[in-house]
Ligand binder design. Structure first.
Ligand code: GTP
Ligand code: SPV
Ligand code: MN
Length: 619
């Protein structure tokens, strides 16, 4: 068969070869037909989200060499190609009609021009492959906060990952009815099995294309992703929909889509508080969401580890901000996950887990840096090469990940699937800063809270392509994920605070990553972060002391419980220290950052910057 010969009708089935679902939604049917004509797959398969479908596709992935079956039950290892290991921010585009609405932090192209380019890329992109249609819900079915998407993909790896990460299948399809709105999420790995010259070529374990496109059309609620199989580029419910498209929806409709974890903490005397925390990629959301508190009497339950949607409660509610985790799984960083740092996750991923780019042990299990203190004597590394501890390279890729259903999480909160969501009492902003930012500080006003979010900065991690360690501004941890102008996002937060009034959550900044002279972390982190959470909870409950600093309220001497911690003398002072010179440099950096965003920066935040400068000068 050559690309120009007339194509036979494409068989359309469900994954078992049975009849495709009776489609009651003409708009969806037409879109799938149009995409089929464009990409020319050999077959079209509608996914129903059942476990039988999941297992069948996993078996197929083993047969075709994408998956290696592991010794832990129902678990698999996938190895990507070395050029497809992380999000590609340089190839990610946000394309509203007007460039100024994307803002300077997003790559923008004129939508019609970008569509033409995508058309070229997708034409015939699925020849020889199966096109899967994956209907999914982001959020509990039936919740007013939930949105529906449909991902079209030619990657069975993406289909099984979506099974774990979202609520996939018939329920999502049914909730669309005949004319419900859905986000169109189009994905191809970009490697047709019929080459451009008409010759057939075999498949490879990890198909991809060197020219990647991760494109968003917020005004049309549409995503086009080409050339990558990696999580954030290819599981389109996640960053593309639940953050970039959803943030633009939220701007228009009065709600928020944020790069946040969500947890419930219960104090020793039985108070329940819900916390939503924004940390940049690979800066500790998963770990905090699953924290095992070292402070006795405190309990943490997990609601989400990456994305939160929230809106002020409607009539009949208490008027607070209500939040859901729109996802149904975790796509977590493997390195650093071990029995001491994150025992909950270690238990969670003991079975039913897909691992990507970790190392393989001789007995068919997985390993990564930080899983055990001593590495095994021999491994196959993430590239499939022999590895021994004297090798001068990591065995697992620094951005290797596990994919697992939330149902496996031992600390999963019973409210995770509650259509009403949970009320938000506390918002946390965290980053990875070796210097300057104290361990914890409370923002005394809403304006200062939004200022703290807007001026967050963090050292770059392996979650995206780029230079590691460089400090960059990452406002609200949304720099790579905002579907519109960053400064408009801050205006949106200010307006929301005004709307919530006294029901606003309390806002705190944290930094687990401050380092001492020897370059070592000053704070033990992980489970010990419960000590910081306890002070935060007690602040909210009006029973913890704080002292003012120019950058916020920090724990008064003795107010942060460090009993039993083996901290060298003076460590807590250094963790809470506000270094005037460093903060003056910070002010200058923020001024420059604001200048780059032009006149959209809300005047409230410029006033806060001036006020911070004055407070520093007065010290
Ligand atoms: P994304 O999934 O990329 O959005 O990341 P995340 O924010 O969920 O980050 P995650 O919790 O996976 O942590 C990333 C890395 O930071 C892991 O290697 C962790 O071991 C490490 N980490 C998390 N919490 C702490 C902490 O309290 N202290 C220190 N030193 N490291 C931490
Ligand atoms: C991140 O990079 O923030 C992640 C992983 O959570 S990804 O889904 O690839 O975006
Ligand atoms: Mn993330």
């Amino acid at each position: 068969m050559t690309p120009t010969s007339p194509l036979p009708p494409v068989p359309v089935t469900d994954v078992f070869g049975g009849p495709a679902p009776t489609l009651r939604h003409p708009g969806l049917a037409a879109w799938v037909e149009e995409m089929t004509a464009l990409t020319q797959p050999d077959a079209v398969v509608w996914c129903e989200g059942s476990s039988a479908e999941y297992h069948r596709l996993c078996d197929q992935l083993v047969d075709q060499g994408t998956f290696i079956r592991l010794s832990r039950p129902n678990s698999f290892l996938a190895r990507s190609t070395p050029d497809d290991v992380a999000r590609v921010e340089g190839r990610t585009f946000v394309c509203p009609e007007r460039e100024e609405d994307a803002g300077p932090s997003n790559n923008w192209r004129e939508p019609a021009a970008m569509r033409a380019e995508l058309d070229d890329r997708f034409r015939g992109a699925m020849t020889g492959r199966t096109l899967y249609v994956v209907p999914f819900a982001m959020g509990p079915i039936g919740s007013p906060l939930t949105q529906i998407g449909v991902e079209i993909t030619d990657s069975p790896y993406v289909v099984v990952s979506m099974h774990l990460m979202a609520r996939v299948g018939r329920e999502a399809l049914d909730s669309l009815g005949t004319d419900g709105e859905f986000v169109r999420a189009m994905h191809s790995v970009g490697r047709p099995l019929i080459a451009p010259d008409g010759s057939c070529r075999p498949d490879v374990p990890w198909p991809s294309h060197p020219d990647k496109y991760i494109v968003h059309f917020p005004q049309d609620r549409e995503i086009w992703s080409f050339g990558s199989g990696y999580g954030g580029n290819a599981l389109l419910g996640k960053k593309c929909f639940a953050l970039r498209i959803a943030s633009a929806m939220g701007r228009d409709e009065g709600w928020l889509a944020e790069h946040m974890l969500l947890l419930r903490m219960t104090t020793p005397d039985g108070h329940d508080l819900h916390l939503a925390g924004a940390f940049p990629s690979a800066c500790g959301k998963t770990n905090l969401a699953m924290i095992r508190p070292t402070l006795p009497g405190w309990t943490i339950r997990t609601l989400g580890d990456d994305i939160v949607w929230m809106r002020p409660g409607g009539p009949g509610t208490d008027g607070r901000l209500r939040a859901i985790n729109p996802e149904a799984g975790f796509f977590g960083v493997a390195p650093g996950t071990g029995p001491d740092s994150n025992p909950v996750a270690v238990e969670m991923i003991a079975r039913d887990t897909i691992f990507t780019n970790v190392a393989l042990t001789d007995d068919g299990d997985v390993w990564w840096e930080g899983l055990t203190d001593q590495p095994p004597a021999h491994l196959i590394d993430w590239r499939g090469q022999e590895w021994t501890p004297d090798c001068d390279r990591p065995a697992a890729h620094p951005n290797s990940r596990f994919t697992v259903s939330v149902q496996r999480c031992p600390t999963l909160d019973s409210a995770w699937d509650d259509p009403a969501g949970v009320p938000v009492d506390i918002v946390l902003f965290g980053g990875r800063r070796a210097t300057t930012v104290p361990l914890v500080a409370e923002a005394p006003t809403w304006e200062r809270a939004v200022f703290a979010g807007a001026t967050m900065a963090s050292e770059r991690t392996a979650a995206a392509e780029g230079t590691l360690g460089q400090v960059r501004r990452d406002p609200f941890a949304m720099l790579p994920f905002s579907g519109y102008h960053l400064a408009d996002h801050w205006t949106h937060w200010l307006a929301l605070g005004a709307r919530l009034g006294p029901r606003r959550p309390r806002v705190f900044q944290v930094n687990w990553f401050r380092r001492g002279a020897a370059g070592r972390f000053l704070w033990p982190g992980f489970g010990e972060n419960s000590r910081v959470l306890a002070w935060i909870a007690d602040r909210v409950l009006d029973r913890a002391e704080a002292v003012e600093t120019p950058v916020g309220l920090v724990p008064a001497p003795g107010a942060l419980d460090i009993t039993g911690l083996d901290l060298p003398p003076g460590t807590l002072d250094r963790l809470l220290d506000v270094d005037l010179e460093a903060w003056q440099q910070e002010v200058a950096a923020v001024r420059e950052f604001f200048a780059g965003l032009g006149d959209r920066v809300p005047p409230e935040l410029t006033r806060e910057l001036d006020a911070l400068e004055r407070r520093l000068a007065a010290r």
